[in-house]
Design a protein around this ligand. Structure first.
Ligand code: SPV
Ligand code: MG
Length: 553
């Protein structure tokens, strides 16, 4: 059966609904992209693009000092930053009927839901400044403008609201009513009746005599103390809160500026201003990071580094930091690893910390913390980073140093699960994970696929009579379907009562037991891990030997 497609109403249609619905609706002023987003987050269903607040955020007066194209440009930011319908306060339409035609076309092109035009002369003055001196437009000329706008709109739901300024200019109620009627007949979708009085009496009288002939819009800036219920009972369709976000921001900015100027420090205001992260959130910075991952470095693998352990054998050296932060030839082990990843274009690096997590100070990595690091093992740490896995992820112990080609060759493999095994270490003297593969690393196997059969700690009972094929260096690449295989094995092991103690070898074995293949990439030395004082010294020699000729002292 064909399902009818869900068609979302356009912004113009949504504004039309707010205007025509018998329930009283409310829209809030915005004057840039940020405030538009804030209006939407607060729950409003529409935005008033206020001439007063837009001009004042530009630092100019509400006298058409900003050009109409500058306003359109700003509106585009507002329209991008929010999905709400915007009703532009279009002043007088910025000229005659022809200017309005062009304005309507440009507004529709930018997804603006409607425009309100007022029956004054261009250039206008704000209704609350010297209102008695304000010139009203000729009624016929204004009706022609409304008709021109309505004939121009291509979306039948685009809204033209006619604003009656007769009460503002002191021309009286009957003039206001007759103008409103003329504008309605000319095709206006709604009438905005404006008042400068502190009581709503003339608005209420107008509403009574208007008697619902077309939708009615008000701006209760001056008669703000009127209970909203009064507007509801009067049958007002749309109430505009016209300038209050800008007015809320002004005293906050003034106080902050004064305080920082006087005290010459930020300490007094830091807790009272929005966090920088809140700015990022409002800008949608998360979406950018996600998109960057998809589009900017689409093929780059991610890294998950397990770095929760202290490194007990290193005694006092790890009293105030985890092993991965120990300097090796002047640079923390972890920073060396992060640089190695970045050299391969891997910039999405997650480090799972635990012991002295606060001492991990490497810029640009995602830090997650295993809070139970002291009573749990590698799989508990890995679980903390599981949502950081991408389509291609290298999981690594954090205490490794390795030659660049090892990571490069690992990234060149095509299997969905690959481990790096050092075939020169079949009987190591330090504790380690031994790997058993289906083929030993011999010259004859060049070019053949080798699979892992098992990984076992060297102190565990060994795999029958078989000789280990080498040592797993603690690096695993997980691609494509490999991620689901790994996740399934992790879930399976999570059910075991001893899950908290399990490490990466148990995970690799569980993947193999589930019938999946793990490819072996053999290497021959050229790496080491740091477990004790002796290996820390070797690491330093290794790092020095790696540094370029020019940088050696
Ligand atoms: C605006 O917000 O710019 C308005 C409403 O036109 S008022 O300032 O009340 O005239
Ligand atoms: Mg205005």
């Amino acid at each position: 059966m064909n399902r009818p497609e869900l068609i979302l109403p356009t912004r113009a249609a949504r504004l039309r609904k707010l205007l025509t619905s018998p329930e009283t609706s409310f829209i809030m002023e915005a004057h840039n992209g940020l405030s538009a987003r804030i209006v939407e987050e607060a729950g409003f269903q529409g935005i008033w693009g206020s001439g007063l607040t837009i001009s004042s955020q530009f630092g100019v007066r509400d006298n058409n000092e900003a050009s109409w194209t500058q306003i359109i440009e700003l509106l585009e930011f507002m329209s991008d930053a929010s999905s709400l319908p915007i009703l532009l306060d279009g002043d007088t339409g910025y000229g005659n009927f022809n200017n309005l035609r062009r304005l309507v076309r440009k507004l529709e092109q930018r997804g603006i839901a409607g425009v309100c035009i007022e029956d004054k002369q261009f250039p206008k003055t704000n209704s609350f400044i010297d209102s008695e001196r304000q010139q009203l437009a000729d009624v016929d000329e204004f009706c022609g403008k409304i008709k021109a706008g309505k004939d121009t709109q291509s979306d039948p739901d685009f809204n033209i609201v006619a604003r009656v300024e007769a009460l503002i200019a002191g021309w009286g109620m009957s003039e206001a009513l007759s103008r409103a009627e003329a504008y309605r007949r000319a095709g206006a979708d709604a009438i905005l009746i404006h008042s400068k009085r502190s009581k709503p009496d003339e608005i209420l009288q107008f509403a009574k005599e208007w008697a619902g002939r077309s939708p009615l819009v008000i701006v209760p800036t001056k008669y703000y103390s009127t209970p909203t219920e009064v507007f509801r009972r009067a049958g007002i369709n749309l109430v505009i809160w016209a300038n209050h976000l800008l007015r809320a921001a002004i005293p906050a900015m003034q106080a902050a500026a004064r305080e920082v100027f006087e005290t010459q420090t930020l300490v007094g205001i830091e807790e009272r201003v929005a966090t920088v992260n809140e700015i990022f959130r409002l800008q949608g910075a998360d979406e950018y990071s996600e998109a960057e991952r998809i589009y900017a470095t689409p093929n780059a693998a991610r890294a998950v580094v397990l770095a929760a352990s202290r490194g007990d054998n290193l005694d006092a050296l790890t009293e105030d930091r985890p092993k991965v932060m120990l300097p090796v030839a002047g640079e923390p082990l972890l920073l060396r690893m992060v640089k190695a990843f970045r050299k391969q274009g891997m910039n999405d690096i997650t480090v799972v910390a635990g012991y002295k997590a606060q001492a991990i100070d490497v810029a640009g990595v995602n830090l997650v913390v295993n809070p139970d690091y002291d009573c749990s093992g590698e799989l508990a740490s890995l679980s903390c980073a599981i949502d950081r896995f991408g389509d291609d992820t290298v999981v690594s112990y954090g205490d490794l140093l390795f030659r660049r080609y090892i990571l490069r060759d690992l990234l060149d493999t095509d299997a969905d699960l690959t481990v790096v095994v050092d075939s020169t270490q079949t009987a190591p003297d330090a504790p380690c994970d031994l790997a058993y593969a289906d083929l030993p690393d011999e010259r004859g196997i060049f070019g053949r696929d080798v699979s892992l059969r098992r990984v076992a700690h060297c102190t565990a009972p060994q795999d029958g009579s078989a000789r280990p094929s080498g040592r797993w260096i603690g690096m695993l690449r997980v691609r494509g379907a490999g991620r689901d295989k790994l996740l399934a094995a992790l879930e399976h092991l999570r059910k075991q009562p001893d899950f908290a103690r399990l490490g990466m070898p148990e995970l690799l074995n569980a993947i193999i037991d589930a019938g999946h293949r793990i490819k072996v990439l053999y290497v021959h030395g050229h790496w080491l891990d740091v477990n004790d004082h002796a290996s820390l010294q070797q690491a330093s020699d290794f790092a020095h030997a790696e540094s370029s000729y020019g940088s050696r002292k």
